[in-house]
Write a protein that binds this ligand. Sequence first.
Ligand code: CP
Ligand code: NVA
Length: 333
Amino acid sequence: HPDLYGRSFLKELDFDVAEWRGLLRLAARLKIERRTGRELRQLQGRNFALVFEKASTRTRCAFEVAAHDQGAHLTYLDPAGSQLGRKESLRDTARVLGRMYDAIAYRGFDQASVEQLSQAAGVPVWNGLSDQWHPTQSLCDMLTMTEHAHKAASEITFAYLGDARNNVANSLLVAGAMMGMDVRMVAPESLWNPTSVISAALTVAAETKARLHPTADVARGVRGADFVYTDVWVSMGEAPEHWQERVSLLSDYAVTTKVMAASGNPAVRFMHCLPALHNLDTVLGRQLFERTGRSFLEVEDEVFESPASIVFDQAENRLHTIKAVLVATLGHT
Ligand code: CP
Ligand code: NVA
């Protein structure tokens, strides 16, 4: 597997194209080994800390199960369960954990915090989501797309609809560029990826021949897509007041059966990093229904529950791809 021993995993741009693709090959191999009962325990005796300042289901569970499968032990510190942020600074916490643990997974607010943590800890740090990037998610999504597309990664087209300024959109743009894909970021111009992210992704694209297109036009954006991807319109850490503004900016960018059909591709698939607001089965869904009158936000329930939806294959792949990151950066060979 790729030689990333001792490295942190903070954002896609820290890796070159060969390293990134190597992680995906390793994830695919680990997935097969797990399914066929041939998994080797390459992390025996390792201790990991998971420090999460925001809620999580998939990311936390994927780290926990991946560590357990590989023989490592893990401590989970939840958003309220440590001194961090109230009585102790991030830098001090990092130096303490670095004395006890072999690596730290961190989910926080600014990207600067996870970078600071990795500088102070002296051990590898894995980014479990920041406001700017969600690299374990994009690694998972690249695996899921290559598994479902039945063609070379460089032939794959995907369209991301919604808030393209968020962590998932930034990570997908750069990851798609690394894979040489055709990437459409479909959003009103005020919600396109920051220009610094677009220019970094274009530099990668010059090497891989990826095609990157921000567009405000839904029909053009989804035409010919193999995958239509969306995420929540307001992310964790953003003020709830954003909902009203985002709903008015993004209502035409919701993924509906009409949008899926506009791809013109009968085999088009739907993707979402989850959690998704596709019905009123959640507290937030019901609150938003009262405020906006909508019965779904970024994706219609009919699409979410359709055979085109591969969201749970995607969720499973969080495990295999996070495991690849752990094994590549800390595995005994
Ligand atoms: N997709 C994702 O990161 O989910 P969680 O917030 O549940 O970890
Ligand atoms: N953009 C979302 C992703 C959640 C996995 C958020 O940051 O809340």
